[in-house]
Design a protein. Structure first.
Length: 253
């Protein structure tokens, strides 16, 4: 998994938007999207072992007792431009949320994601040749606001790292200055999976974002654009995720 880390403090003054549920789920991005077999539906869902090592340092003056770290583990499907729908791989998003100087605030921690295979490879004709095998990896693109408003779950800026032996490691779809702007809407939940430790589950999607062109692909930007049909307008792309959220007070960390 790759990670983008941060310590960016976001001052959240829109306190009227903070419903009790939003305070627990407060997010967006992201799942262990396994379907429970019908015969086992009455059984308690297993609680994953959440990894809190990416919890960011708190800002100066923050009271740890009034802050918590949230870890979102997600998996789902992604479609950009003319590509076929593909799995996202598992993603882990970490951030801190609490009170600072009487206001709600948050600090981004990290986004780690597994790469996902692109059906058809770099040219769309197959990937038996190792040079044509292509993966995409979702990465953080410099901004996140996890404050939710009803079923609207904030906003995250994302980019897609294009992993292929013919492309430089700098090749991305979108970048920090021209990102995919992900504004997920909750489609189910939150459901409480566990009270000890506290774990929530919900599903989110965004089918309205645009996908920018490729950047940093060593002269092959146009090839990547042609492969995926980029730039792709709003409504031609989708990201759907099932997310499990683990919570821990900074007093426990």
């Amino acid at each position: 998994m790759d990670a983008a880390r941060g310590g960016r403090l976001c001052d959240m003054t829109r306190t009227s938007r903070r419903a009790a549920v939003a305070a627990l789920a407060s997010t967006a991005l992201i799942a262990l999207g396994a379907t429970v077999p019908q015969q086992a539906a009455a059984q308690p869902a297993p609680v994953p072992a959440f990894d809190f090592t990416d919890c960011p340092a708190l800002p100066a003056g923050a009271d740890p007792a009034r802050w918590r770290c949230e870890v979102l583990v997600s998996e789902g499907t992604l479609k950009v431009g003319q590509s076929a729908e593909m799995g996202t791989g598992v993603m882990r998003l970490t951030f801190a949320e609490g009170q600072l100087a009487g206001r709600s605030a948050q600090v981004f921690g990290a986004l780690r994601a597994e790469p996902t295979r692109v059906p058809g490879g770099l040219l769309g004709v197959g990937d038996r040749n190792p040079l044509l095998r292509t993966d995409l990896r979702i990465e953080y693109a410099g901004y996140a606001d996890f404050l939710s408003d009803g079923d609207r779950m904030g906003v995250q800026h994302l980019k897609l790292r294009v992993l292929n032996g013919l492309l430089p490691p700098t090749c991305t779809i979108g970048d920090d200055t021209d990102p995919l702007v992900f504004r997920p809407v909750r489609t189910s939940g939150p459901d409480r999976v566990s009270t000890d430790p506290p774990v929530l589950r919900f599903t989110i999607e965004d089918t309205a974002f645009a996908t920018p062109a490729a950047h940093g692909c060593g002269g092959l930007d146009r090839l990547v654009d042609k492969r995926f049909g980029l730039p792709s307008p709003a409504g031609a792309n989708s990201l759907e995720l099932t997310t499990l959220v683990g919570l821990k007070s900074y007093a426990e960390i």
